[in-house]
Design a protein around this ligand. Structure first.
Ligand code: E4P
Length: 217
């Protein structure tokens, strides 16, 4: 399963890329609006750091506008994946952009039929939002299971990108279900590194080693 970070923050991306665990990045208008500077330059910088797929979202809501914005975004860097919302206009734009050879991430997916329709028009990724489903009292991960099951029956070539991840349990469940990609906020990636027994174990190893060295002198 590929790991993307869900952020528009260059520093967070640099830190994770330096560890060697990052396969790509997803941004959205909310995330990019938190960053200062020109969003196209930020996206270019992110592409240069990660050297993998970087999702950049359109803000137009009509097909013509999405196509115009999508083509502009795609010009920023070959790593750009154009993100369009799941609407009739978005699906139509996805079909055209995909036919032109642009990779498209269809976002704001909340049902299996939406994911299936996006796959039919050639989406490279579908982004089901698990955390936002949990937020309204349904089990978001059930949707991932449904989409993975459906995609396993056919050869769409569309990858399931688990989005709106809130905790490491979402990551574990996504991997167990066979999702292709998980996009995770940097804070949740940090949580995934931590375990008190790792810290305690390391402390004990180092102490024992020090004690043994001291006894030898
Ligand atoms: C996905 O690409 C979205 O950017 C993101 O995962 C949304 O997450 P949120 O529900 O935490 O805003």
């Amino acid at each position: 399963m590929k790991l993307f970070v869900d952020t528009g923050n260059v520093k967070e991306i640099e830190a994770l890329a330096a560890i060697g665990i990052l396969d790509g990045v997803t941004t959205n208008p909310t995330l990019l609006s938190k960053e200062s500077g020109d969003y196209k330059q930020i996206l270019k910088q992110i592409c240069q750091i990660v050297q993998g797929p970087v999702s950049a979202e359109v803000v137009a809501t009509d097909t013509a506008g999405m196509l115009r914005e999508g083509r502009e975004l795609a010009k920023i860097d070959p790593h750009i994946v154009v993100k369009v919302p799941f609407t009739k206009d978005g699906v139509k734009a996805c079909k055209t952009l995909a036919a032109e050879g642009t990779r498209v991430n269809v976002t704001l997916i909340f049902s299996a039929t939406q994911a299936w329709l996006a796959a039919k028009v050639g989406a490279t990724y579908v982004s089901p939002f698990v955390g936002r489903l949990d937020d309204i009292g349904t089990t978001g991960m059930n949707l991932i299971r449904e989409i993975v099951d459906i995609f396993d029956n056919y050869e769409y070539g569309t990858e399931v990108l688990v989005a709106s991840v809130r905790n490491p349990i979402h990551i574990v469940e996504a991997a167990r279900m066979g999702a292709d990609v998980v996009t995770v906020p940097a804070a949740v990636i940090d949580q995934s590194f931590k375990h008190p027994l790792t810290d305690l174990g390391l402390e004990r190893f180092l102490k024992d080693w020090e004690k043994a060295q001291a006894a030898k002198v």
